[in-house]
Design a protein around this ligand. Structure first.
Ligand SMILES: Cc1cc2nc3c(=O)[nH]c(=O)nc-3n(C[C@H](O)[C@H](O)[C@H](O)COP(=O)(O)OP(=O)(O)OC[C@H]3O[C@@H](n4cnc5c(N)ncnc54)[C@H](O)[C@@H]3O)c2cc1C
Length: 398
């Protein structure tokens, strides 16, 4: 039986793992190590309400000092784990901790854009990043966002809301294209343009320079964009460098139980590439709900409950006054069925492969996405005509 656990990484997954262990009655030693100084907090508001100045840090809290004291959890903040070898954690400053089990929840960090560096360049991952960026987003500020993925698009939306003028530069043909595909990416692009974003697609950043009173971003097709601040949102890299002797391949590899290749060491959240029984392959995703659910599953497995992690993924994004949601996982599909009206940004689209529903994406359609999630979990092969027919209640398919 496990009598001591160390969780490395005090973010969403780490906090949920700790909370679940205590909720399920684990009463052994529990240490959570995190390199940030703020107690664990939720990141999604950092590009939305928090960046807009509409929510405070206290509203984002995941694991407060009081809860930790009451539940006998040792929260070691401002402490970086320099290396993990077997079940040993070497902290910066050379102290070494060991436990019966470790959980690696070190998340991911923004991917740097080569050649773009300076006083006016921003990335967004932490509350400190958000504080700094918020100060830049004043009325009239000229903001260039590089990358129209979820973070870039949300920052563009919030910056517009704060009165900035916003140009988004995207290498692909449309925003969010890697996830939702070209057709619905075009819909996301139209939403951005209708909202006031100067969206440029199919462009790559080739030069960056700072001047006395601003910055200049150059693209491969010779365009020059003058701005006050540049926000780079071109993806993330998993924080795996500290792991010595683990199987790592774009994330630390874990089985459906969250176990790494090293005995007694689990991993969850953004840092882990997990084998998903439903998709039949390994995936690494960067979503809030996944980070929580994966942490919960790992906590159960630590306590011997043998819980494979198998629910379809789900995430949301709020941008340009629309709620976007996606469920499942589908990189290639042979049929795309649209229900509703993409023109008015009120629709849900279903991605099918070999007739089977693998993913769904929608705007303002949370209820139908929830149904789609259940259908995906059941490996359903729904009739495409029924999916497209607004007169049919999708719950009839369950
Ligand atoms: C701005 C922003 C907006 C987002 N919006 C959404 C959204 O709308 N919807 C959605 O589904 N998802 C969203 N996400 C994604 C979601 O927040 C992440 O998937 C989730 O936070 C991942 O949790 P995690 O615990 O794996 O990693 P994290 O929350 O990143 O936690 C990892 C922690 O480990 C720490 N750490 C790293 N290395 C070490 C080390 N060596 N030693 C000690 N500590 C270490 C990190 O500093 C961090 O505190 C957003 C993310 C960001 C950044």
């Amino acid at each position: 039986m496990i009598r001591s656990v160390i969780i490395v990484g005090a973010g969403q997954s780490g906090a949920v793992t700790a909370r679940t262990l205590r909720r399920l009655g684990y009463d052994g030693g529990l240490i959570v190590v995190g390199d940030e100084t703020a107690p664990p907090y939720q990141r999604p508001p950092l590009s939305k309400e928090y960046l807009a100045g509409e929510a405070g840090l206290d509203e984002l809290a995941l694991l407060g000092a009081e809860w930790c004291a009451a539940n006998d959890v040792e929260l070691r903040l401002g402490t970086r784990a320099a290396a993990v070898k077997g079940r040993e954690v070497e902290l910066d400053g050379s102290a070494v901790l060991t436990a019966d089990a470790l959980v690696i929840t070190t998340g991911a960090r923004p991917r740097a854009l080569p050649g773009v560096a300076g006083e006016r360049v921003r990335y967004l991952r932490t509350v400190a990043d958000a504080d700094r960026l918020r100060a830049d987003l004043v009325p009239g500020a000229r903001v260039v966002v590089v990358g129209a993925g979820f973070i870039g698009s949300e920052v563009a939306s919030t910056a517009l809301g704060r009165g900035a003028s916003v140009t988004v530069l995207e290498g692909l043909g449309s925003p969010l294209q890697r996830i939702v595909g070209a057709r619905l990416g075009q819909v996301c692009g139209a939403l951005q343009r209708d909202s006031g974003v100067d969206l440029r697609t199919g462009v790559s950043v080739t030069g960056y320079a700072e001047t006395a009173d601003g910055a200049r971003v150059t693209t491969g097709d010779g365009q020059v964009f003058e701005c006050d601040v540049v926000v780079v949102g071109v993806g993330v890299r998993p924080n795996t460098e500290l792991l010595a002797g683990f199987d790592v391949d774009d994330g630390v590899l874990v089985d459906p139980y969250g176990l790494t290749s090293v005995e007694g060491v689990y991993a969850a959240g953004d840092v882990a590439r997990h084998h998903h029984p439903l998709y039949g392959r390994k995936v690494r995703v960067e979503h809030f709900d996944h980070a929580s659910a994966h942490g919960t599953a790992v906590a159960k497995n630590l306590l011997g409950r043998a819980t494979p992690y198998s629910a379809p993924h789900w995430f949301w994004s709020d941008q340009f006054d629309r709620n976007l949601q996606y469920t499942g996982h589908c990189e290639e599909w042979d049929q795309l069925v649209v229900r509703g009206s993409p023109d008015t940004y009120d629709f849900v689209a279903f991605y099918l492969r070999g007739g089977r529903l693998e993913a769904a994406f929608g705007m303002e359609r949370g209820g139908e996405i929830a149904v789609a999630r259940q259908l995906i979990a059941a490996a359903a092969v729904p009739d495409p005509r029924v999916l497209a027919d607004e007169d049919v209640d999708l719950t009839d398919l369950l």
